[in-house]
Design a protein around this ligand. Structure first.
Ligand code: AMP
Ligand code: ZN
Length: 373
């Protein structure tokens, strides 16, 4: 959750908002092999109050760092003044989509503060916040209409952003998300993450693991998989504007069981999995580019946790170039703003400031179509 503060309409246009703090307390789900709804709810219940407390403390302190709930303030507050509730104009909070228990925790915290401080609330759509992240991370934000790829643990979507409030979903997943596929593949391959490892999530751990794959082994394994029908990695939904990752997930599980378990083979398999997962994204981007030729698209924004994957980044650039779109910008938020963070909610709240309300009866929504903003 986040507080965009000092945003009287005149102040927004005069002073560029600055981020005073962005506290992210990550839950380590490695012990349960992934996000377990019960544990997520319990951890969230204690992490939300802590994150809120820390974010306010950091913002009230003399030096405003990029810590890890977020506070956006006009620059006048950046000269050592302390933040206090009177400086806060509204509280932005994620309303959905997502896990009900987590959303409820955040919303109750936001509503409590709004009630205590008598501030309005801005209810934010999580995916809109991912799509709009470059509006605060880029010196020169994307121009509407732009394409946005949302690749995360919960979503795999290619969306046409027509305005801050208007989105057209061009392709979405018919089953699992790409992030889910990375998580499952990493688990099947026994790639360590969380705890004392260098990686806080399975996807990043798989990327690092695959980066050390031996090219010859990769080629040999590719050839082998092609010949073995039941473990040939599928290129799903070819020619269609839809994603599917359940087939790839299931095939990787079978391949792990069927192949030798030495590290060399595992790294090669991780590489081929990543290649297949990313190829699907590139193919849909290519299709959409062909079908939106009449639209003046100058920017493609890629956000969500999987957007931090360097292999994906390179392939998307190559796809744009191969489609003759060398001049089209490909924007990725900095890593800390690719995965879930409160700064993107605070900033999106600022963009939706006109929708602020004192209505405390608004409920979280687990499923919320981006087209119904
Ligand atoms: P989000 O739902 O936006 O918080 O993103 C979390 C998802 O992103 C999880 O499924 C992670 O495994 C995945 N992820 C994070 N970093 C990477 C990476 N470098 N490569 C692939 N997937 C990643
Ligand atoms: Zn997200």
């Amino acid at each position: 959750m986040a507080w965009p503060a000092g945003v009287h309409s005149a102040a927004i246009s005069q002073a560029r908002p600055r981020l005073l703090s962005n506290v992210v307390l990550r839950q380590d789900h490695s012990a349960t092999g992934g996000i377990h709804p019960y544990h997520a709810a319990i951890w969230h219940g204690s992490n939300v109050p802590q994150a809120v407390g820390q974010a306010l403390q950091i913002a009230a302190g003399p030096s405003h760092g990029w810590g890890a709930s977020s506070i956006l303030m006009p620059t006048k507050y950046m000269d050592g003044q302390s933040l206090s509730p009177k400086d806060i104009d509204a509280i932005a909070v994620t309303r959905g989509p997502g896990m009900m228990a987590s959303l409820s925790n955040g919303m109750v915290a936001a509503k409590t503060l709004a009630s205590v401080w008598n501030k309005p609330l801005i209810y934010v759509h999580h995916m809109a916040a991912h799509a709009l992240t470059p509006f605060f991370t880029e010196e020169s934000p994307p121009a509407f209409p732009f394409l946005t790829l949302l690749v995360s643990g919960g979503h795999t979507m290619l969306v046409l952003a027509e305005s801050v409030q208007k989105y057209q979903i061009l392709a979405t997943t018919s089953d699992d998300s790409i992030g889910d596929a990375f998580d499952k593949a990493a688990r099947d391959m026994g790639i360590p993450w969380g705890g004392n490892t260098a990686h806080s999530n399975p996807g990043a751990a798989l990327e690092a693991f695959a980066a050390a794959a031996d090219i010859t082994t990769v080629q040999e394994l590719k050839e082998h998989l092609r010949k073995q029908k039941n473990i040939a990695l599928p290129s799903a939904m070819r020619g269609q504007l839809a994603f599917s990752y359940s087939g790839l997930k299931a095939t990787v599980t079978r391949a792990v069981q069927a192949l030798p378990s030495d590290v060399k083979t595992r790294r090669a398999l991780a590489h081929l999995f990543q290649e297949a997962a990313v190829a699907q994204i590139s193919e849909k981007l290519r299709l959409v580019l062909q079908r939106t030729l009449d639209l003046p698209i100058k920017d493609v924004v890629c956000s969500g946790g999987v957007a931090s994957n360097s292999f994906l980044r390179q392939h998307l650039r190559d796809t744009l170039d191969a489609a003759g779109k060398e001049g089209t910008r490909l924007l990725f938020p900095p890593l800390e703003f690719c995965t879930d963070n409160a700064a993107m909610i605070a900033h999106t709240g600022l963009l939706f400031y006109e929708q602020r309300t004192h209505d405390l009866s608004i409920q979280p929504v687990a499923k919320w179509n981006l087209e119904d903003l």
